[in-house]
Write a protein that binds this ligand. Structure first.
Ligand SMILES: NC(=O)c1ccc[n+]([C@@H]2O[C@H](COP(=O)([O-])OP(=O)(O)OC[C@H]3O[C@@H](n4cnc5c(N)ncnc54)[C@H](OP(=O)(O)O)[C@@H]3O)[C@@H](O)[C@H]2O)c1
Length: 233
């Protein structure tokens, strides 16, 4: 892993991923909206920024050229298929064999075997309807983006984040294949550690074509199951 592209680099998760990738000595290319370029000022001179919408196929083609890995923040903003357009552009233009790592939340299911609490399911449903009504967010489109990734024969990983909080790193989150597994009950991850998991996944081949649901390694549920079979990260 020498050169990586971070699609959605200016957001909170993206900036943490830039930091982790630079720490590892990677050559970093970041894509973000033109208006958000100033958010990356702290990294000036240490990364290359390609401004543009992340669902613009031409922008992504230029950004991922020659990259060994692509980290993509799937954000379901607006009602113009932003997340699925972004995922599709990455799938279309990343070089064959590149490691592709995408972010989303626990609400995405790969095989339908996740077990959600009633409160979680109702919360997602209400949020989806309200957000779509005000044309702010299109959660269905993030589902579509992940469906396309799951169906692709690329070397992908879809990292499914729990609820997030800010704060200093606690270490690499633990993961499980299915929401509902006891190790995930803590449902909280530091955003900086979500980013750490994304960057570590670039070089962890056991995560290829997996959709790990993650949780902070210091949550009570993770500590209670430390060393268990699901505590694989
Ligand atoms: N927030 C949570 O509680 C939570 C929980 C679990 C998983 N996740 C997942 O974590 C990832 C990061 O989410 P986050 O909430 O932490 O946010 P974030 O890292 O700040 O990322 C938001 C991204 O969306 C872009 N964006 C914001 N408004 C936009 C707009 N109107 N049009 C186009 N792009 C826009 C941002 O770019 P700019 O810098 O240009 O604004 C940024 O790249 C996502 O994949 C999300 O599904 C989040």
């Amino acid at each position: 892993m020498k050169k990586v592209c971070i699609v959605g680099a200016s957001g909170k998760l993206g900036q943490y991923m830039v930091g982790h990738a630079l720490e590892r000595g990677y050559d970093v290319i970041g894509v973000c909206r033109e208006r958000s370029v100033p958010k990356l000022a702290a990294f000036e001179g240490r990364m290359t920024v390609i401004p543009g919408p992340t669902n613009d196929s031409e922008v992504i083609r230029r950004a991922v050229a020659g990259c060994d890995g692509v980290l993509t923040v799937l954000a379901p903003w607006g009602v113009q298929q932003y997340a699925s357009g972004t995922a599709q552009a990455v799938l279309d233009h990343a070089r064959p064999g590149a490691r592709l790592v995408f972010s989303c939340g626990w609400h995405i299911t790969r095989d339908g075997k996740d077990k959600y609490s009633r409160m979680f399911t109702v919360g997602v449903r209400i949020a989806s309807v309200l957000a779509k009504l005000v044309r702010a967010v299109e959660i269905d489109d993030q589902v579509e983006a992940c469906r396309r990734v799951f169906a692709s024969d690329t070397r992908w990983t879809v990292v499914r984040g729990s609820s997030l909080e800010e704060g200093e790193s606690q270490g690499l989150p633990v993961w499980s294949r299915h929401v509902g597994d006891p190790v995930l009950a803590g449902n909280l991850t530091r955003r900086v550690d979500f980013a750490l998991f994304m960057v570590e996944a670039l070089t962890n081949d056991t995560l290829i074509q997996e959709a790990p649901a993650i949780v902070g390694c210091r949550t009570p549920s993770a500590l209670a199951h430390a060393g268990g079979p699901r505590n694989q990260a």
